[in-house]
Write a protein that binds this ligand. Structure first.
Ligand SMILES: [Zn+2]
Length: 484
């Protein structure tokens, strides 16, 4: 099918129009923690024009589905273009004109693997960096394999990674490219596949951080120096983790694009996964302390927003009051916390096998929470219907009390940990840290699956204190009660 369109095409996001809009509530991968910025405080920024899933620049059904395409895009010669596809070798072609402003560049992009929607961005661009990322080392390392291997087209052995930028952002390009290479390698090592053969990161000036991630490219907003920092209160702003937005947007190539969500209820499979993969990258790159600070904030914002509704409410969370922060606290952060709890209940081996199976069975398809549940159950052998019932479809949180005491045992001493759940019984992993006076602290995960759970741990030294962690993302307030 060839589509010829005449007339003026409005881009989907003018910065002015976006102000005061609830960022992230549209049905796309747009992550933009905007708050209302007084107009007088806006700095002059480079114009950019985005045509994507919310702009009807090509006929789009209200029900999205996967397709491949070849796109030709003609722009004024002083502008550049990135799009959801691989640029042809001779792209862009220059069309000269006697009158210089009439000169044009013709870009051609091919999407050879299925995409959920097509997008392009037009702005002034310079090439900042370009890498070929090989995944051979990941393949040799192996990783955790699911019981079932990939069907359909094989993954790409390498990725063409390009960083283009607005002129004032070019100087950031090298550092962004270097970090992006590491992020892509890390995600590929977990998932065992890369769904598209190229990824262009477009660094464009914008008043707030965030981005937009169609297949094959990600727009990363670069707030100009001196920009007012209104987004710092947002549940998705992590002060100790500046790579967060980059890691989140790159994750959307796998989650949200290659693996699509069936309807608005399932958007957490895109945003919660992108959020959790970004958190895992924090652990990988910045270490345990930063990871814990991210999970602490994820946990707090999700607990604070719990009355806004379940994860399964999708973009309707916070919709009536135009509350983008509530939407991000539930769909992004609670979604990520749920994945972390699932990982700690099942253990890393079964969890990563489940991730690979879910991805392999869902690639280039629209799926839902039940597909994730089936994949995790197949790899772990554990029934997860109550887990999903409580954490995804429900909006209440567990209420736990905890007590501990030390008893003499046959070969020394043991600490007895007692947990009680009031109300609905949840499946909750609780991290307990045993502080010793004469040796390093030891943390253990206690899976609490029943109304009452008793766990006995043999002591390795002189016990000083028993603490329940708040740094582990577990969405429960655990209150301590005297020994019963
Ligand atoms: Zn996102």
């Amino acid at each position: 099918m060839t589509i010829v369109y005449g007339g003026r095409l409005e881009p989907q996001t003018e910065d002015r129009e976006a102000l005061g809009q609830p960022g992230g509530q549209a049905q796309g991968q747009r992550d933009n923690p905007l708050s209302t910025v007084p107009e007088a405080m806006l700095l002059r920024i480079e114009s950019s024009f985005l045509y994507s899933n919310r702009s009807h620049w090509y006929p789009q059904s209200t029900v999205s589905d996967y397709a491949t395409a070849t796109m030709q895009i003609t722009v004024p010669a002083s502008y550049g273009c990135v799009a959801s596809g691989v640029a042809s070798p001779d792209s862009p072609r220059l069309i000269k004109a006697d009158d210089a402003p009439m000169a044009r560049k013709v870009y051609e992009f091919t999407a050879e693997r299925p995409l959920r929607y097509f997008s392009f961005l037009v702005t002034r661009l310079s090439r900042a960096d370009r890498w070929t990322v090989s995944f051979e080392e990941n393949e040799q390392a192996g990783g955790v394999r699911p019981a079932k291997t990939f069907t359909g087209a094989a993954g790409y052995p390498k990725l063409d990674l390009i960083v283009d930028a607005n002129p004032r952002a070019v100087s950031n390009g090298r550092a962004v490219a270097e970090r992006a290479v590491d992020v892509v390698r890390y995600y590929q090592s977990i998932i065992g596949d890369t769904p598209y053969s190229s990824l262009t990161l477009a660094l464009v000036e914008h008043q707030t951080p965030g981005g937009h991630s169609p297949g094959h490219f990600a727009t990363l907003y670069q707030p100009p120096a001196g920009s007012p920092l209104y987004w710092r209160n947002d549940p998705t702003f992590f002060s100790k983790y500046p790579e967060f937005f980059l890691a989140h947007e790159i994750a959307h190539q796998w989650w949200g694009q290659a693996v699509g969500w069936r309807n608005y209820h399932e958007q957490w499979l895109s945003e919660g996964f992108a959020q959790y993969f970004a958190a895992m990258y924090a652990q990988h790159f910045r270490g345990q302390e930063v990871f814990e600070s991210v999970m602490r904030q994820v946990r707090k914002s999700a607990i604070d927003a719990t009355l806004q509704g379940p994860v399964y409410l999708g973009y309707r969370v916070g919709h009536i009051r135009n509350n983008g922060q509530a939407f991000r606290a539930i769909v992004y952060n609670k979604g990520a916390a749920v994945l972390h709890m699932l990982r700690r209940l099942l253990g890393d081996e079964a969890f990563y096998r489940g991730i690979r199976r879910f991805y392999a069975e869902s690639r280039y398809r629209k799926v839902g929470s039940e597909d994730l549940r089936a994949a995790m159950e197949a790899e772990s052998g554990v029934s997860l219907s109550r887990f999903f019932e409580r954490w995804i479809y429900g909006s209440s949180l567990p209420r736990l009390t905890f007590s501990s005491h030390v008893e003499a045992s046959a070969d020394g001493q043991e600490v007895v940990l007692n947990f009680k759940q009031a109300g609905d019984v949840f499946d909750v992993p609780v991290t307990v840290t045993l502080q010793y006076t004469d040796r390093d602290a030891v943390s253990i995960v206690v899976p609490v699956h029943e109304q009452t759970v008793e766990k006995r741990v043999r002591l390795a030294g002189l016990l000083r204190a028993v603490e329940v962690s708040r740094d582990d993302g577990t969405l429960a307030e655990v209150s301590r009660v005297p020994q019963s």
